[in-house]
Design a protein around this ligand. Structure first.
Ligand SMILES: [Zn+2]
Length: 145
């Protein structure tokens, strides 16, 4: 991902994340990149230069905008933290998830946190039985065969 400082036709500054520099060009050309302040699709890359000789009003506006955490970046950090927590504290049970979750729920095995893979049908059945399950934004670890 590449982060660009962008400027709209009315000189509003904002940041955008793009998969690559060509990704930005393509999205800007098709009008997908819009100014969050005025909605203008006339967006160009801002020059990365010290802000010399600019009014303090613009500088203040700029810091207001960048003080808001980038939602995508925040989500990424939360997902990474969650993934780390789960991998460190939970047992990976792979595709036996539904079976293990049931055994824990009915007290047939030690109560512990697990994670693994379940089909949508399996997850729905578990929820109907009152088993607590939650989808996790997690890529299972690569296992050696
Ligand atoms: Zn604007």
């Amino acid at each position: 991902m590449i982060r660009y400082s962008l400027l709209c036709a009315q000189e509003h500054e904002f940041d955008g994340w793009f998969p690559s520099s060509t990704g930005f060009e393509a999205q800007a050309a098709s009008g997908e990149v819009r100014c969050p302040v005025c909605g203008s699709a006339e967006v160009r890359k801002a020059l990365m230069a010290p802000r010399l000789g600019r009014g303090t009003k613009k500088a203040a506006k700029r810091s207001e905008i960048s003080a808001v955490p980038d939602p995508a970046q925040k989500m990424n950090m939360m997902m990474l933290a969650l993934k780390k927590h789960v991998e460190e504290n939970c047992d990976y049970v792979g595709d036996r998830f539904a079976e293990e979750a049931r055994r824990i729920h009915y007290g047939e095995t030690d109560r512990r946190e697990i994670y693994g893979e379940a089909t949508l049908d399996e997850a729905r059945d578990l929820i109907e039985e009152g088993v607590e399950v939650a989808p996790l934004p997690i890529v299972p670890p690569v296992r050696a065969n």
